[in-house]
Design a protein around this ligand. Structure first.
Ligand SMILES: [Zn+2]
Length: 176
């Protein structure tokens, strides 16, 4: 999982050139967001900021309760804001600071956004201690969890493949 030995690239990609001091400042901004969310009663104590060229371009906190949206995690909201701001779906030249180790959904979202560098503060174990247990999801992804009634069933593959055919033949499709 992410965290240990984050590689620092050359040039602007991956936020190289930022001092430990400014990185700490970005993480503190993420924590401020997390605290703001708690004070507002918006959702869980999680915050995230996205940084580009040494500047925060978006910040967000968990809004699951406020929006009645189970996907409104800090990282996802920060990614959406940053993409809206930059007018593109790739954040390949940004880095993300999350006050806590991202859940599998946010970890995936960070990868889909092509963000090459993640910094996080609390660990998933810290989150588990206050009632946010991502461990079940990790186990389900590994196929090693048997305690769930959740079912995943494949069906109507032939019909569903039609959309893939359309995509493959469409010369205007934007591949990403
Ligand atoms: Zn998440």
């Amino acid at each position: 999982m992410p965290g240990k030995g984050v590689k620092r690239g050359k040039g602007k990609e991956g936020g190289a050139g930022e001092s430990a001091e400014s990185r700490r400042g970005f993480m503190l901004a993420a924590v401020e967001e997390a605290s703001l969310g708690v004070r507002n009663g918006d959702g869980g104590p999680f915050g995230a900021v996205i940084v580009r060229d040494g500047e925060i371009i978006s910040r967000a906190h968990n809004m699951v309760v406020a929006l009645n949206d189970p996907t409104a995690h800090a990282e996802v909201l920060a990614i959406r804001k940053a993409c809206r701001k930059l007018g593109r779906f790739s954040l390949h030249d940004c880095e993300i600071y999350s006050s806590c180790e991202p859940c599998p959904m946010c970890f995936s979202a960070i990868h889909w956004a092509r963000i090459p560098c993640l910094f996080y503060g609390c660990t998933r174990k810290d989150a588990e201690k206050i009632g946010f247990d991502d461990n079940v999801l990790y186990k389900m992804l590994r196929g090693s969890y048997t305690g769930s009634k959740f079912r995943s069933v494949r069906m109507s593959r032939e019909e569903c493949l039609k959309a893939f055919e359309l995509w493959r033949k469409d010369t205007k499709s934007i591949h990403y």
